[in-house]
Design a protein. Structure first.
Length: 122
């Protein structure tokens, strides 16, 4: 289809409906140590520890996160390569960090993330 973008958020909304029972669309994995993510946005550039990860987003531990609604670019290493994504800050926990919803994730990045999640969820 001409002019169609590969917007990850719209792909997600087409692929799965959010359950009405209050459950999350994607299972999250807690990563208390070992994984770091670089994030850029709100005239800031930082490297922070990843708290949780899912196919729909990431929670990054940051003592002074940008406000809800801030658009960010993210990069983090996983087995097999680096994932680059775009996201938007959806929630902030003061002094703890921010929940970021992925809004754009390329096909290669999506495959790498899916492989990691499948491996971690075993």
């Amino acid at each position: 289809m001409p002019g169609k973008t590969t917007d990850f958020a719209s792909t997600l909304s087409e692929a799965a409906e959010k359950p009405s029972t209050g459950e999350r669309r994607y299972q999250r994995i807690a990563l208390p140590k070992g994984m770091w993510a670089a994030w850029y946005g709100a005239s800031d550039h930082q490297i922070s520890r990843v708290g949780t990860l899912s196919m729909g987003g990431i929670f990054i531990c940051a003592p002074a996160p940008p406000p809800v609604g801030t658009k960010l670019k993210l990069a983090f290493e996983v087995p097999g390569g680096e994932i680059q994504a775009e996201g938007i800050v959806r929630n902030v926990e003061a002094g703890k960090g921010m929940g970021i919803q992925f809004t754009r994730l390329g096909p290669k990045d999506r495959v790498l993330l899916q492989r990691l999640m499948t491996r971690l969820l075993r």
